[in-house]
Design a protein around this ligand. Sequence first.
Ligand SMILES: [Zn+2]
Ligand SMILES: [Zn+2]
Length: 245
Amino acid sequence: MLKLFKSDLHIHTCLSPCGDLKMSPKNIIHKALENNLDMIAICDHNSAENVQAVIKAAEGKNILVIPGIEICTKEEIHVLSLFEKMESASKLQFLIYAHIFGENNPDAFGMQIIANENDEVEKFETKLLIGAADLSIEQVVDEIHKLNGVAIASHIDRESYSVIGQLGFVPDNLNFDALEISPRISFEDARKRFPEYRNYEFIQNSDAHFIDDIGKVTTEFLLAKSSFNEIKKALKNEDGRKVIE
Ligand SMILES: [Zn+2]
Ligand SMILES: [Zn+2]
């Protein structure tokens, strides 16, 4: 028996320098539940350091937290990676950390807070997370797939940091599992604007950097249960699982 599940699969935390300091694990879960979300994904820039705390903050609550990272490739293209297990996100983070350089300047870019599940500051990340990793888009998508993750082109309708903004198009050989549209455009308008990508699944997420943006837009999935593997099936249109536009 398949059911509808509401998701917002692109949420930043206070670890992202551009993320509001109120984007703490408990606050995020509280807001997501208030907006009746069944599934969220935590995707900070080039890091997964706050994912575990959000997963812990969700313990005993009726919501699934999916580990993710929003990688900035060397072409300055944002790619969302989602995984079943924290372990896989950590492996990708390990690779990214070997390919990002420089130190964060909190005055210029914002603080990068690693929090625990009780919303306490554990430490400040000093690596410069906001920059581009020295990894090509091909390498990034390939690594995500090697780790059994899902690779999604971020906010394709936006000029900045999107694959279309940077390359002019979505190269088919990259094998993205889905294309994400931003809250600025509806599914209907996105389909009209991008007819050449009719074979791709589109999903829409908030890309929230502020609490009130969580769940502002959502993607509904028809699934047997809320799980990463069910989402993966929906993105491939398998066994009746699908994205509802
Ligand atoms: Zn982005
Ligand atoms: Zn983002």
